[in-house]
Design a binder for this molecule. Sequence first.
Ligand SMILES: [Zn+2]
Length: 143
Amino acid sequence: MKKKSNCSDQVHAFTAWTVRKRWKRVLGYGILVICAGLLYAVFVKWSGIAIPCLFHLVTGLKCPGCGVTQMCVALLHLDFRTAFYSNQMLFLLFPVLGLVFIKYIADYVKTGQWRMGKLQNGILYTSIALLLAFAVVRNIFEI
Ligand SMILES: [Zn+2]
């Protein structure tokens, strides 16, 4: 005997379909970003040419993100020591921000809305404050 389809089944099927659709979209963009990053890393590694930091060019000071390209290239080579000394604060925040980003993506896939929770926002703003403080400290003590 065939089960009669009801409204709940249709809603469930539609929800599963939209979640799969969002998942594919996020995966597609993720693969695109990772490929672009890898191509840039290979370009930097072989040519030695990287996009310069405009803040550093103008002021001569290091910004909170200075060294991130070198850090990423070092991480690709599993050279954690060089990665750490390229940008200590970003190196330490990288796993935490990665988890916040993964939760952000997962929430989007589940709900269809790009929103961060209070904890994620708190972590993000704390990270920004730490990076700004690190920028001041790294320029004073030249680390
Ligand atoms: Zn910079």
